[in-house]
Design a protein around this ligand. Sequence first.
Ligand code: FRU
Length: 467
Amino acid sequence: MNALHRDLKRLVSRVEQADGPAVAADLARQRFHLMPPVGWMNDPNGLCRFGEDYHVFYQYGPFDPNGGVKHWGHYRSRDLIHWEQLPVMLYPDQTFDLHGVYSGSAYIEDGTMYLYYTGNVKHPGDYDYVVTGRGHNTCLAVSRDGVTVESKQCLMENRDYPENLTCHVRDPKVWKQDGVYYMVQGARTKDDVGEVLIFASDDKLHWRVINVITTPMPFGYMWECPDLFELDGQWFLAVSPQGLAQDGLKYQNVYACGYFPLYGDFRGDCTLGEFQEFDHGFDFYAPQSFEDGARRIQLGWMGMPDADYGNPTAAHGWQHCMTVPCILTARDGKLLRYPVPELETLRGAGETFTAAPGLEKRAQTFDLCWQAPGAFSLTIRDSLKLSWADGVLTMMLEEGGAGRTVRRAAVETVDALRVLADRSSVEVFVNGGETVLSTRFYPADGCDTLRFHQGTGAAVLYPMCEK
Ligand code: FRU
């Protein structure tokens, strides 16, 4: 442990003790979503099951609710529902990760946790930090107990990446297949084209680039947080591309987030199919998935970098949260996202009713399941209006949107609607997860009305208990 590590550790613990109570008292504090103890949260990192425990690491800026230098915060759980806050796992405490322990993944082998991440270094000087001035190091931290790190090292630096790239190469995700270790990283070329690098290694330490995957025509200038996996015999490449212009109902957010079906072999000849967005709401970015037995579970960051809307929680010392954990399944070359069944253990006694125009219910944090036939419309806590008509699902925010206005998604028919509302977020799952919309929202304190304006059908409303 070096002196910087020691001092950062003390400082994080002091700021968590000093500011934690105010954050915990904030009425917008989430009841069943992971959020930072204080300060800032972005991408989920190092998602894994290690022994009996699930681990969620995350981009954590403990000193600044608007960002700051990134650490890896840490939560652990036996059941994906009750999470224990653990001390920060990775501090920016080495010359190769001094200005941010950026995103990455966990690879588990022989009872050891290998954490691959990007060490961000910004050299002092008059640099643009895109083409010059930034070190983007591929780093490895090793832990045997899943709580403490016993070594950290830099495996690759700028000169180890292809020459046509800028200083934006990051977010390693590692797995093993056919006896070989593979890693994907997102990249931005000097011509401002987003792509994914495929690396291979025989020993987890020495890596070589074996392939570069991108679209025939440029699709944004940078691809962040890649995730490559096979599900039911179909390969998928998930990325968060930056620089896509809005195209009708596609790419309404400043940055996009979705996946390509990948045909062929990612190690050689392969092509990408049509890009699909994971989410159509305001707040979903940089998701990561991991395997848990037969399931592939994904968590996303319920936030959006550089958006023109905000989160008033920053004034209360914290910002952002994760989505609930969802299971990914493949159907006809597309991915469905649906909450893990474990979440249902947080449901209180359900109230069954038939929805009808004019009906009102009361709930702040809830799980609403509605077999909604045809056109419908409902308002949540006088802030968020959700409706479907003529093939378009609309999420509209006015009061409490903190700058969020409207998002629309093409949805042919709505058979089943599930709405998960926490204190300051709403996640909408249409037709078992075919279409999902996630957003933060900030209704007036105490407002708990759920108004049905249009549509009928059987519904069950479960209050959600605190995790
Ligand atoms: C995505 C991202 C990653 C990076 C991290 C830094 O939100 O920009 O590409 O590693 O956040 O916090």
